[in-house]
Design a binder for this molecule. Structure first.
Ligand code: HEC
Length: 137
């Protein structure tokens, strides 16, 4: 039994290391073979605008009345916290719940992907149709 115990400990250590490495590398967006942002982040940009986030968080999430969301998702919040705040809002602030906004609720992952790409400076704050990466080259 002792022999197996060592094996189990070794195996779980390897597993823990590999999942940690995966979590660090894993980005919620991709750059496609032709050098464009993946469709999920593109859809996140559409949702950001369609959902009216820019009215308070500025163009491309740069911040206005509300905080800079590109920084929030890469430096402040976990993904779970992001989902929770967008869904339930922050009581006592201008950040209202969006749980009845179907478009926003259906696109939480896409919104997150877009904002992480902004925070990583892969995307600029611009219009992704006019400027495919949201910034001048
Ligand atoms: C009416 C203005 C307004 C709108 C519209 C709005 N927000 Fe906010 N949001 C705020 C304010 C103000 C805060 C800061 C709340 C506080 O004081 O903690 C905030 C906070 C947040 C936070 C937490 C940021 C952090 O670092 O703690 C997230 C995430 C967020 N908003 C996402 C969104 C998204 C996504 C949308 C669009 C679906 C959106 N917001 C629409 C005003 C707004």
């Amino acid at each position: 039994m002792k022999k197996y115990l060592h094996l189990i400990v070794a195996l779980s250590a390897t597993w823990a290391l590999s999942t940690a490495a995966l979590a660090a590398d894993e980005k919620p967006y991709e750059i496609t073979a032709d050098g464009k942002i993946s469709e999920n982040a593109m859809e996140g940009w559409r949702t950001y605008n369609g959902g009216g986030c820019g009215a308070c968080h500025g163009k491309g999430g740069v911040g206005a009345v509300g905080p800079n969301l590109a920084n929030s998702v890469t430096q402040v919040l976990t993904k779970e916290q992001f989902v929770d705040i967008v869904t339930n809002g922050r009581s006592g602030t201008m950040m209202r719940p969006h749980k009845t906004n179907k478009r926003v609720m259906d696109n939480l992952d896409n919104l997150y992907a877009y904002l992480v790409a902004r925070g990583d400076d892969v995307l600029g704050p611009g219009n992704l149709i006019k400027l495919p990466m949201g910034k001048e080259k």
